[in-house]
Every structure is written in structure tokens, then in C-alpha cells.
Design a protein around this ligand. Sequence first.
Ligand SMILES: Cc1cc2nc3c(=O)[nH]c(=O)nc-3n(C[C@H](O)[C@H](O)[C@H](O)COP(=O)(O)OP(=O)(O)OC[C@H]3O[C@@H](n4cnc5c(N)ncnc54)[C@H](O)[C@@H]3O)c2cc1C
Length: 379
Amino acid sequence: MPLRDHYDTIIVGGGIAGASLAYFLAERGARDVLLLERETEWARHSTGRSAATLCQLDPTETVLELKLIGGRFLRNPPPGFSESPLLRCCGTLTVFDAAGLQQEETRRPMLQRFGLDASFLDAEEVRQRVPALTDPEIAGGVWVESDGRLDVHEILSSCLRGARRLGVEIEQGCAVTGLVRTGERIEGVRTAQGEIGSRQVVAAAGAWNLRLAAWAEASPIALRPLRRCAAIYSPIEPAALAVDAPLVVADHRSVYFVPEAGEILMSPMDQVEMPPGEPLADDVVIAEGLERLALVAPDLRARRVRRSWAGLRTFSPDLVHVVGEDPARPGFFWLAGQGGYGIETCAAIGALAADLLTSGRSEVFDPARLSPARFLHNG
Ligand SMILES: Cc1cc2nc3c(=O)[nH]c(=O)nc-3n(C[C@H](O)[C@H](O)[C@H](O)COP(=O)(O)OP(=O)(O)OC[C@H]3O[C@@H](n4cnc5c(N)ncnc54)[C@H](O)[C@@H]3O)c2cc1C
């Protein structure tokens, strides 16, 4: 179907941020919505490069709250939303050295207040859960039973399917090359097929939100795309990790791992700032991560790395998502800063953004805590 020359809302980017917003907008009855994705394949960028985990424990309180909201949706989506379960609960186990555990203990009341099912374990209890964890530095850990592995493909395609069914127009292979501005207002986008007008434009382009914000001359929010690598490898003792073992985050060694179809998925938890683009995996960084992993669990040392990749995790200055209309540029709506939790928080953020775009307020979460204006008020 040919695109029209005007829509109410144009969403730029069809990763998990744009797709979940499209679904929630449609579900709230919004009409006249167009989603534009530059690539001809889905999930080519960050969304297709994640570790597919719901790990609700988070050092940033606001992000933790958003993960709890997102987790509830993924555990229990509305009837007919998806064709198969979105979450396989296998828990997560975050382990700490003595100093890290002491620090985490101070957060225990906050975790209880939010109702996260977090159990504090001592070193012996950690080893009972995952016997491969023989690192003498491990003083204890936090076990979260309701965490698990996500089916990212199913989440993304369910959002797109639902959005389409409810009337959202979705166009792949259509890059936005600029924004249309009239006075202070953003009033549409430029594409190779010409200009398309709209009342509001949503920047849901992951790391490329930097570019959209520059085109809009929007408020200066210093988004930082940080590269993170991951790899799938075979360990020397495959039987040392149960197939249904939880994701283990070894906080003190900066590495995490989880069983993946008979092999192990690991990340060296690197954070290297990069411009928007397609980062390559760094073999040295992965090898160093595997060395640290061997200290945590010697039986899980690598025999062979089968596949590696890297993706961008784009953070705002306070590590919390940026959601809302730009205070200085009406018509330009931020849906940015998904960081390392864009999949697990997508339902919370998508629903909140849809509320703001359709009614200007939300019961999902206090919009002021995610507003772009928070950076301007703090100078
Ligand atoms: C190694 C790694 C592990 C991770 N693990 C997890 C995890 O376990 N759990 C979790 O929740 N998150 C995880 N993340 C983070 C998660 O992947 C991101 O937060 C999320 O995918 C961001 O989604 P997005 O839609 O904002 O960005 P993207 O997926 O990058 O989507 C942006 C889209 O916008 C499109 N686009 C850009 N510019 C334009 C334009 N001009 N015109 C049209 N389209 C455009 C792009 O083509 C792209 O498809 C991980 C990330 C990495 C790299």
C-alpha cells in the first residue's frame, strides 16, 4: 500500500522500542500511525544482538522498577498477544565478592519494598545452586527465581503483528534522512520517497537517536552508545553446567554466562563508546572475559568459541530511559536510552510512551522520572 503524505504519528525505528510502542499505541486506539524501519530485515541492530535475559536486579532503582513492570507483561501477556511463551523462567544468580555482597545487602530493604523475589545466598548456597561456581572469591549472591530467558524474536514479532492487525502501517527498507521543521515544531520526516508530514515524530532509532536529535536541534541529551560483545562457546566440561542452569552474573569478575542449546553464551560485559553503527566483536576482549570466567568456574573454561558478536547499548547520562516530548522542540518525542534493558523493559516503556502520546499522562509509571526535561532542570 503506498504511504500517505500525512500521519498523526510517525515512529522512526522498528527495533523493540519502536515495535512495542506501535503495539501499545494501536492497543489504545490510536489511528494514523506509521512505523518506518530503514533495514529490510527485522532486529538487525541491538534488538537482534541481546543476551535475551530478564534480569530484574539492577543497580539503578528506576530501571529496576521498570523491569518489574516489563517482567509482569512478559510473564503474562494478554490473551492472543503471542503464539508461544515470551519468558522461560530459569532464574538468575548474581554473585559477589565480600565487598560487593556487603554493598548489595544495603539494598535489601529497597528490593523487598518493590516486591522483587530476591533471596540472599551465602557462598555454600551459591555452590548448591550452581556447583561449577568454585571461585574462592565468591562470598555470596542474590537469586531471583522469576527471572529467565526471553524469546526476543517472539516478543518483537508479536508487537509488530498486533500493531499491524490494529491498523498501524509498517514500512521496511525506508530510511528517514532528515526531519521537517516549521518554526519551532517538527512536522514530519524526509525519506528517499519524499517528505511525510505528521503531528508528532517519535525517535525510536536506538543509537541513531543521536542523529535524529541533531537533525531536530532538540535538547542536548548526551546519549552514549556503548559496545558490548557476546560469544557462544563450548566448555571443556559440558556436563559441569546443567542445561536449565540460571544466568550467572559474576559481578566481581565482570562476566556473565548462561547455558544456550548445549553450549554457553557469555559476555565480557565490556562498555566501549562507539558512534552509531554496526560494531564488530573484539576477540581480545572476549578472550579476556573467558579468562575471568575460568576463574569463576574452572570447569567451564572454553574449548572453542563458535560465534561472537557485538551490539550497542545506548545510555542516557543517568542510565534511565528518556521518554517524552522534547521541551524545546514540540513534535519531537524521545524514546531513547534503552541501555542494556530495552527488551525486558519494552512493555513498561511502550505502554508509558503510548499513554503520553495519546493522552499526555500515564498510570503505568510517573512520566516525570523519564522525561527529557530532567536533564535540562539539572543544568
Ligand atoms: C550484547 C548485548 C546484550 C544485551 N542483553 C540484553 C538483555 O539480556 N536484556 C535486555 O533487555 N536487553 C539487552 N540488551 C540491550 C537491548 O538489546 C537494547 O536495549 C534494545 O535492543 C534497544 O532497542 P532499540 O529498539 O532502542 O534499538 P535497535 O534495536 O538498535 O533498533 C533501532 C532501529 O532503528 C532503525 N533506524 C535507525 N536509524 C533509522 C532511520 N534514520 N530511519 C529508519 N530507521 C532507522 C535501525 O535500523 C534499528 O532497526 C543487550 C544488548 C547487547 C548489545
